[in-house]
Design a protein around this ligand. Structure first.
Ligand code: UDP
Length: 472
């Protein structure tokens, strides 16, 4: 278990009710109008009552915990049933002994790394021998690829010759460094896309797995990358709406979570309590949480603004838990902006966590009354999947792959603005029965569509399609 110790155990003595009756306004625009009025709100009332001390800079742990042995396929039978697992083993028979290489740009941080850590042992268990390589690059490379990433998801960007050269030079260096002898090579996302230059014999199959929203890409950046993508044998997208016109087959793979991973497995409530104590989170009051890399696309500042509006009407705390990814150079700047936006507000708890805090993130999600993912650009949003799996009422930006997960007012709620987010925070905190129903529906939706076992099934089917008729 976790190395949390020396718990901070001062509990809030406050006996204030969790839920306050909703008062006018009831719509986003009314709420916006109300917010321009002086604050005679719950937060100013709350300011007069004693508050528990907050650990604004909780300890972080210098060393990662020992790795946990990965689950076996049979371990999932209790969740998805024996028939589904038997089907996976049957599908694997035809591709047993085949080799696969996955290549991406970061070993930790972010959803792709998260999925690969869980997927690869399962493919190996059914004897599809799968390796994972992470490309290397300097800051110059990751600055360019981060800009590409944002541009491909719709941001303005001027593509320069220097950026092209940096991108190609680092791809070339990685091409020389990594061996590509496997039957199937899967390149994740744009960063390593030019590795297609390493393509070997005619029987080898190359797949581009795109995790980002390409529905409205910057034409210059997409124009630069597209000739590489066209040389792959297939492309995989996370949502129907992300696909492009391409001369190669395209497949839909929803991203997934592993219900048995440290991030998602069931936890003892005593551990959830321990984590909350450590971080100074008061479980006797509603907790609104966003877990995300500190990235502007996740709009953490917007979450703070929405929280500050909502708290005028309903008592709550905000937890923003995040960290960096090695391929994301903007994290520190965004964290600084976020801290400025939060100011000295004692009810906003910002946690800058190292990447190995899966158990703590699991606990924070489970402790939450609501989960928010107010992204303004998003690939799929695994944090949404994680929250839904934990049965949490979830408010999320209606962008990227999030609407595949959140069917508005059925499995969660979708928002388009700070005001909308504030309104939904307030509405769900004051309508707990409706919120609970959303959470239950969300969990079922994840079980049907977004669990690791479904993903393994898709990879096995794709390998069968790509390798059928090709000798070993
Ligand atoms: N995550 C984490 N620590 C953090 C922030 C995020 O472990 O500090 C995890 C989060 O729980 C989720 C993944 O990273 O599993 C983020 O995936 P998502 O698709 O939501 O966003 P991405 O970071 O890939 O854009």
């Amino acid at each position: 278990m976790s190395k949390l110790s020396g718990s901070w155990r001062e509990r809030s003595p406050r006996a204030r009710a969790h839920y306050m009756e909703p008062v006018e306004p009831q719509t986003e625009s009314e709420l916006a109008a109300k917010d321009s009025q002086p604050d005679n709100s719950a937060s100013s009332v709350a300011a007069s009552s004693p508050r528990p001390e907050r650990r604004r800079q909780p300890r972080t742990w210098e060393t990662p915990p020992a790795p946990v042995p990965p689950p076996l396929l049979d371990d999932y039978k209790n969740i998805v049933g024996t028939a589904d697992i038997d089907e996976l083993k049957f599908l694997a028979q035809e591709v047993k002994g085949r080799t696969v290489k996955m290549v991406n740009s970061t070993a930790v941080g972010g959803g792709v790394a998260e999925m690969l850590h869980q997927l690869i042992p399962l493919l190996n268990e059914v004897e599809v021998k799968t390796r994972w390589d992470v490309i290397t690059g300097g800051n110059d490379f990751f600055e360019v690829t981060k800009a590409f990433h944002n541009a491909l998801q719709g941001s303005d960007y001027k593509l320069t010759q220097q950026a092209r050269d940096i991108f190609l030079m680092h791809n070339e260096q990685n091409r020389k460094r990594i061996q590509f002898s496997e039957d199937v090579v899967v390149i994740h996302d744009p960063q390593p896309a030019a590795l297609i230059d390493a393509r070997g014999g005619a029987s080898q199959r190359w797949v581009w797995r795109c995790h980002i929203d390409l529905s409205n890409p910057n034409p210059e950046v997409w124009g630069f990358l597209r000739p590489f993508i066209e040389r792959y044998d297939a492309a995989i997208f996370s949502s129907q709406s992300f696909t492009r016109q391409l001369p190669i087959p395209q497949y839909l793979f929803y991203p997934c979570i592993d219900p048995l991973s440290e991030k998602n497995k069931d936890l003892e409530d005593s551990f959830v309590q321990q984590v909350c104590d450590e971080f100074g989170i008061d479980r006797s009051r509603p907790i609104v949480t966003q877990v995300s890399r500190f990235d502007r696309a996740k709009d953490p500042v917007g979450v703070v603004q929405a929280f500050k509006q909502a708290r005028k009407y309903v008592d709550c705390q905000l937890v923003l838990a995040g960290g960096g990814a090695s391929d994301d150079p903007e994290g520190a700047a965004v964290l600084k902006e976020l801290r400025e936006a939060a100011g000295e507000d004692q009810d906003i708890i910002i946690l800058d966590l190292p990447p190995w805090c899966a158990l703590e993130i699991n606990a924070l999600q489970r402790a939450s009354t609501l989960v928010v993912q107010k992204s303004i650009r998003e690939g799929f949003g695994l944090t949404v999947t994680e929250a839904l799996w934990k049965g949490k009422p979830t408010i999320a930006g209606a962008v990227g792959g999030i609407p595949n997960q959140i069917i508005h007012k059925l499995t969660g709620v979708l928002v388009h603005s700070v005001e909308g987010c504030a309104y939904q925070m307030r509405y769900l905190l004051t309508h707990p029965d409706f919120a609970r129903q959303l959470g239950q529906n969300g969990r079922e939706h994840v079980k049907e569509n977004f669990l690791m076992t479904t993903n393994v099934r898709r990879w096995l089917l794709l390998c069968r399609i790509l390798l059928s008729g090709r000798s070993k």
